[in-house]
Design a protein around this ligand. Structure first.
Ligand code: F6P
Length: 322
């Protein structure tokens, strides 16, 4: 039976992480557990001391509407080393913490699995804007990020149309194209280029040239990050070869901040409470997902092996709608 649980956030922050923290803390207290926050992800766990602190109901008051993570976050490559993880385990034991909730992406999941193998039951929650975790239909933060992208692209469209230009807009996602694909559909973008849907450059140029010659008022091209090493050079080639005056826009970290959407808040609340249920049931080394609107759990190794949904039907939609 567990008595004390810890919670941390790890990797890139995502809107909704605070709602997940709140849910874990409040659910833990509801079931009579002591709950400890860990500052700055695995780094805080390894550094120990004041980074590990007791939380109460009021520690998580008024955070549901805030972006970022009140626990801070970090990426700690050294956590792959067993000797480093052993320091974390010792710090947890010192405080008497027997189980941990880790909110983060797939890298953070691996750390959670390894800690479980070292005797601390861990549960992972999918907190990332990228939606690149196959064991859940949606990650916490994806929906808010998508809405932020839409807000930005709406603004860019206005001026792009007034000036009869082409806008090449780069969005985040790491190596996953979901943010580009979903925002591209929501925006009716003329072209969407993602790792799952790469388009040869000559095809991009000839399509945009046809649009320009047909006197289209504007063109919006949404591109996943990490496809074009120099997005400005890509925009310059489009301009040179199509006639469209072309501007590149990199949305950057504006995409990762801001107040979480209702969808992300509710998703985070459901997953956070479920994570505590799992720990109370003696489960560890698992991650939580939402599949077909049901909250479910997977073994972390199994989850990391699942093939990611490439959204073939959504890609077809792009062809049909354009
Ligand atoms: O994983 C979230 C994410 O925002 C990715 O989309 C992006 O590639 C990466 O993090 C950027 O990380 P950082 O802010 O540490 O450079």
């Amino acid at each position: 039976m567990i008595h004390k649980i810890g919670i941390l956030t790890s990797g890139g922050d995502a809107p909704g992480m605070n709602c997940a923290i709140r849910a874990v803390v409040r659910a833990g207290l509801h079931y009579g557990l002591e709950v400890y926050g860990v500052m700055d992800g695995y780094r805080g766990l390894v550094e120990g001391g004041e980074n590990i602190f007791k939380m109460d109901r009021s520690s998580v008051s008024d955070i549901v509407n805030r972006g970022g993570t009140v626990l801070g976050t970090a990426r700690l490559r050294e956590f792959k080393e067993e000797s480093v993880r052993q320091i974390a385990v010792n710090n947890l034991r010192k405080t008497g913490i027997d189980a941990l909730v880790v909110i983060g992406g797939d890298g953070s999941y691996m750390g959670a699995k390894k800690l479980t193998e070292m005797g601390i039951d861990c549960v992972g929650l999918p907190g990332t804007i990228d939606n690149d975790i196959a064991s859940t239909d949606y990650t916490i933060g994806f929906d808010t990020c998508l809405n932020t992208i839409m807000y930005c692209v709406d603004h860019i469209r206005d001026t792009t149309e007034s000036h009869q230009r082409c806008a090449v807009i780069e969005v985040m996602g790491n190596h996953c194209g979901d943010l580009a694909l979903f925002s591209g559909i929501a925006e009716g973008a003329e072209m969407i280029i993602t790792p799952d849907h790469p388009i040869p450059e000559d095809e991009i140029i000839s399509s945009l040239k046809k649009m320009y010659e047909a006197k289209r008022k504007r063109a919006v091209v949404i591109v996943s990050e990490k496809i074009y090493p120099d997005i400005n050079a890509f925009a310059a080639r489009i301009q040179e070869q199509t006639g469209f005056e072309t501007k590149a826009e990199v949305l950057g970290r504006v995409q990762r901040g801001g107040s979480p959407s209702a969808f992300d808040r509710i998703l985070a609340a459901r997953m956070g409470a479920y994570a505590v249920d799992c720990l109370l049931a003696g489960k560890g080394g698992i991650c939580i997902g939402m599949v077909n609107n049901k909250i479910v759990d997977y073994d972390i190794y199994e989850a990391l092996k699942l093939p990611r949904d490439k959204h073939i039907s959504m890609l077809r939609l792009v062809d049909i709608l354009n």
